[in-house]
Ligand binder design. Sequence first.
Ligand code: SF4
Length: 385
Amino acid sequence: MSIRPWRDIARRPSRKIRVGKVEVGGDAPISVQTMTNTLTTDIRGTIAQVRACAEAGADIVRVSCPDQDSTKALKTIVAASPVPIVADIHFHYKRAIEAAEAGAACLRINPGNIGSDAKVREVVKAAKDHGCSIRIGVNAGSLERDLLERYAEPCPEAMVESGLRHIRLLEDNDFREYKISLKASDVFLTSAAYMAMADATDAPLHLGVTEAGGRVSGSIKSAIGLGNLLWMGIGDTLRVSLSADPVEEVKVGYEILKSLNLRHKGVTIISCPSCARQGFDVIRTVAMLEERLEHVATPMTLSIIGCVVNGPGEARETDIGFTGGGAGSGMVYLSGVADHKIGNGEMIDHIVDLVEQKAEALEAERAAQEADAGAEAASAGQAAQ
Ligand code: SF4
């Protein structure tokens, strides 16, 4: 039993698959995905965007392959990418085969849309031959006509039935390296469909609210839809869909996971909204710190609080804290304890230094622990021989 059971999330047990070097499902960390919006035939532009997304923390990036020129370009993109690439295919089974041959780690394709059984077999064979997984992507906006006629409109039951049909086609071909998504632009429909699918299969689930909207409205919609599911333990990988730069999607995806303690990356800043009591300009300070600390990947917490009303209490729970005081200075807290005062003018540089030093110390600690664990495993191996 954890000491803070109200924070515990029990993840739904799911089968583990691989998307290249990234594990999805089971006990693997919930991965963050995004999708490029460049022309795939613009190889240089696409590689630059893939790299920017990877730098922002994307574990997996999807690239659209609408034509043969795109699958040709994919080979160079895959070779230059630091993260596994998913090829997004619609309808044309030949593009799927070409993408598998080009080195895609996963194909996003719905087997029910490919056409004949023979074509499905060919795609599955290419996926098997090249070590690709498949993502089935059910979308409320493109459900099969017979399902729409039977259910009258897109609903959770129709989406799950559609998903199970696609699954059956893969399983009939002895293929189990698949994950599935059931996206809708409506959060209620999305959540209900995923909940029903979570009971119907042990396949890993790729979460997303599709066409969520712009940066602010789409982030809120995704946080509600995805956050609700993740809180219930449902979801193994996710993509936040925004009408914005894909790097923003990655940032929002991470923030959702960080809010639920499901992933930890970089500095989590806890800050107050500020008011007349603030001892320094909280809003400006937080904006500057967010920018200056963007390069820090080591997980840690930092509280930036305007005054003593909430400052000491928040600082107690964070690695580094600053609380505004009177006379143009404030108190710096280290590991929850008041440590020293600093003037408001020097405060930003000082906090950046403290965070960077702490990150270095934590990384050194982690490397030492890994080296110890490696040495222990090696000596256990020798003893067993
Ligand atoms: S912590 Fe202090 S400055 Fe910040 S909002 Fe609360 S009362 Fe205002």
